[in-house]
Write a protein that binds this ligand. Structure first.
Ligand code: ADP
Ligand code: TYD
Length: 200
């Protein structure tokens, strides 16, 4: 079996940046790594992506259903086959995002976890990038030059962060995302290299 690494945190913390840097560094070191993200570009992911820019949010229940179905396909068609081939799978978001984001809309976080872990392999490592929502939103605005969407409202991200902060499973490592991109990559590689080289 390969290794499953999930990169998590609120919007604007630098997940996509870290996931790409990590993937490139692992490849450079000769590891058989693959990179993917959620929501996917599959049929459920497409509906979700359209909803991000719509003024009307989907109901929490419908949103949960779509993220869960999107993940079910991703696990079945991409994640599990890659793990079976012994690859290191780097994911930009996974089910801890559903626990935090749909939990912040009032759904029960523990129930979301149980429902997801029924079909999603537990990550060998989940990195949660921790940054205050004000700084995270500033990064998004600087990057896109536009105001954040309905998933990125300050009070919502505060509630999402609170749930991420409370998550405490043995496979989670929290990293201070205010550090430089280079420092963060180095910290994360120091955790992953021993994990990636250990016998399965
Ligand atoms: N450690 C960092 N320090 C400063 N800026 C960063 C850092 N990591 C990422 N960024 C910048 O912040 C913005 C958001 O990063 P991104 O990786 O898209 O975040 P996310 O995927 O979490 O939304 C980008 O412009 C990126 O270059
Ligand atoms: C995976 C996942 C994402 N999200 C949200 C978080 C983000 O605000 C939004 C989009 O994810 P994001 O990673 O920001 O995608 P992109 O960079 O393509 O915009 O989806 C959930 O609410 N639940 C989930 O389970």
């Amino acid at each position: 079996m390969g290794k499953l690494i999930a990169i998590e945190g609120i919007d604007g913390t630098g997940k996509s940046t870290l996931a790409k840097n990590l993937y490139n560094a692992l490849k450079e070191k000769g590891f058989d790594a693959v990179l993917s993200f959620e929501p996917t570009f599959g049929r459920y992911g497409k509906i979700l992506r359209q909803s991000f820019t719509s003024p009307e949010r989907l109901s929490p229940e419908e949103e949960l259903r779509l993220f869960t179905e999107d993940r079910r396909e991703h696990v079945r068609d991409f994640i599990e086959p890659a793990l079976k081939e012994g690859k290191i799978v780097v994911l930009d978001r996974y089910y801890l995002s559903t626990i935090a984001y749909q939990g912040a809309r009032g759904l029960e976080p523990e129930k979301i976890r149980v429902e997801n872990e029924a079909f999603s392999p537990r990550p060998d490592l989940a990195i949660i990038l921790v940054l205050d929502p004000e700084s995270a939103l500033r990064r998004i605005e600087e990057k896109r030059g536009e105001t954040p969407n309905s998933f990125e409202a300050l009070d919502y991200l505060r509630r999402v962060k609170k749930i991420f902060d409370e998550l405490d499973y043995p496979f989670i490592q929290k990293i201070d995302a205010s550090k430089s991109k280079e420092e963060i990559l180095e910290d994360v590689l120091n955790i992953i290299i021993p994990l990636a080289t250990e016998d399965t």
